[in-house]
Write a protein that binds this ligand. Structure first.
Ligand SMILES: O=C(CO)COP(=O)(O)O
Length: 134
C-alpha cells in the first residue's frame, strides 16, 4: 500500500480539510500519515484513517523527514503557509530538503496535490514510485 503524508500549517488547515474531503476516495488506497494537529482534524472531520505523528513544531516534520530518509514514505502533501513566520522553520526546510534529496513525490500547493493524486490513480506518472513498498 503506498504511503502518503499530509501536513498543513495552521493558516492552511481549512484548505487541507476541504481538499481531503474533495479527494477522500482517491486518498483511501494510501496508508496515510499526518502531523499531529493536521491529523487530528482529518480524523475528526473526514472518514479517513490517519496515523498521527507529533505536531510539526514538536518534531512531527522531523519524523516525516526520517520516514523519507528510511524509504518509508512515497509522497508528501505539505500545505505551507507562505505568509507567516514559523518558529520551526528549520524543521520545515529540513523536511523539504529531504523530500527533494530522496526524490519523494511532493506537493506544496493544492493544484499540484490534486495532480499528484490523479497521477497516482491513473498510474500515468509516478506509478513506480507509488507501488507498494512492502
Ligand atoms: O507545523 C506543521 C508543519 O510544519 C504542522 O504541524 P501540525 O499538523 O501539528 O499543526
Amino acid at each position: 500500500m503506498p504511503s502518503l503524508a499530509l501536513v498543513a500549517h495552521d493558516q492552511k488547515k481549512d484548505q487541507m480539510i476541504a481538499w481531503v474531503k474533495a479527494h477522500e476516495a482517491a486518498l483511501e488506497p494510501f496508508r496515510l500519515y499526518a502531523t499531529g494537529t493536521t491529523g487530528g482534524r482529518i480524523v475528526a472531520e473526514t472518514g479517513l484513517r490517519v496515523e498521527r505523528l507529533k505536531s510539526g513544531p514538536l518534531g512531527g516534520d522531523a519524523q516525516i523527514g526520517a520516514m523519507i530518509a528510511e524509504g518509508k514514505l512515497d509522497a508528501l502533501v505539505f500545505f505551507i503557509d507562505p505568509l507567516s513566520a514559523l518558529p520551526h522553520d528549520v524543521d520545515v526546510k529540513s523536511l523539504l530538503r529531504l523530500a527533494i534529496l530522496y526524490d519523494t513525490l511532493l506537493a506544496v500547493n493544492e493544484a499540484t496535490a490534486s495532480r499528484l493524486l490523479e497521477a497516482a490513480a491513473t498510474g500515468s506518472n509516478g506509478s513506480e514510485t507509488l507501488s507498494p513498498q512492502t
